[in-house]
Design a protein around this ligand. Structure first.
Ligand code: ATP
Length: 225
């Protein structure tokens, strides 16, 4: 187990069904770029936005994240959403992290632009900016102008800093748009490939690939899971 730290920490939440090199490279690269001491990958137990889609049991998704983070000293799996009952809201997770790491910890919430653009649908979304800085990673095809206007519309006192792509919210926390190497990989694509008998080598860590095959994940159609 890696030593737990407080200070500057990053978190990347997701369904991770399964975790892949797109997630891992982003977490690693942003973590280095912002000199974070640790980036926690937090699988959602019951993702509210996937309530109508069948999702692989939490224990499998967590096991795959644990295998994946072994490849990096910076990344760590955190199972706190699995220990809560009910839907997994980022608001509850941030509150829990605050009480775990204290008020002095600087938290950076890493999120792809595709997910961030939905933030108005998240529980208590305005309060999220009280708890953490946000780092938005533009996904392939996302338009920076749209993202810029979207951020300005979130908070009437938001201030764009002279530094490129840094916005300070009225809470004092920042929203930062930061590019990372874009790997055009999606968990949906990986599940489809496994189901279609295609190789997923070089899309996920080898230990994750072996786990998927050993546990016979993603063999049957999602609706029959
Ligand atoms: P699915 O295809 O099942 O919707 P996904 O591959 O998009 O899954 P999620 O677990 O939903 O993965 O994503 C978790 C977080 O990682 C989100 O913030 C998402 O924007 C980001 N993310 C997903 N894929 C990539 C990628 N290839 N590169 C960078 N970030 C990614």
């Amino acid at each position: 187990m890696k030593k737990t730290v407080a200070g500057k920490i990053g978190i990347l939440g997701g369904t991770f069904d399964p975790v892949h090199f797109g997630h891992l490279r982003t977490a690693e690269e942003i973590g280095h770029e912002l000199s974070l001491q640790r980036v926690f990958l937090i699988p959602a137990a019951s993702p509210p936005h996937k309530i109508h889609d069948p999702v692989t049991p939490f224990d499998h998704r967590l096991a795959m994240v644990r295998l994946a983070v072994r490849e990096s000293a910076l990344l760590e799996a955190l199972d706190l959403e699995g220990r809560r009952v009910g839907l997994s809201y980022s608001f509850d997770t941030l509150k829990e992290l605050r009480s775990r790491f204290g008020m002095k910890a600087e938290i950076f919430f890493l999120v792809g632009s595709d997910a961030f653009i939905e933030i108005r649908t998240w529980k208590n979304y305005q309060a999220l900016f009280e708890y953490a800085n946000f780092v938005i990673i533009p996904r392939i095809g996302s338009d920076l102008g749209t993202l810029h206007n979207f951020i300005l519309g979130l908070d009437k006192d938001v201030k764009k800093q002279d530094r490129k792509n840094v916005y300070t919210m009225s809470s004092g926390n920042n929203v930062i748009i930061l590019r990372s190497t874009l790997l055009d990989i999606s968990a949906t694509g990986i599940r489809d490939m496994v189901r279609g008998g295609k190789p997923i080598t070089f899309l996920v860590p080898e230990a994750v690939r072996t786990y998927i095959h050993r546990e016979e994940l993603y063999r049957v159609h999602e609706n029959n899971r």
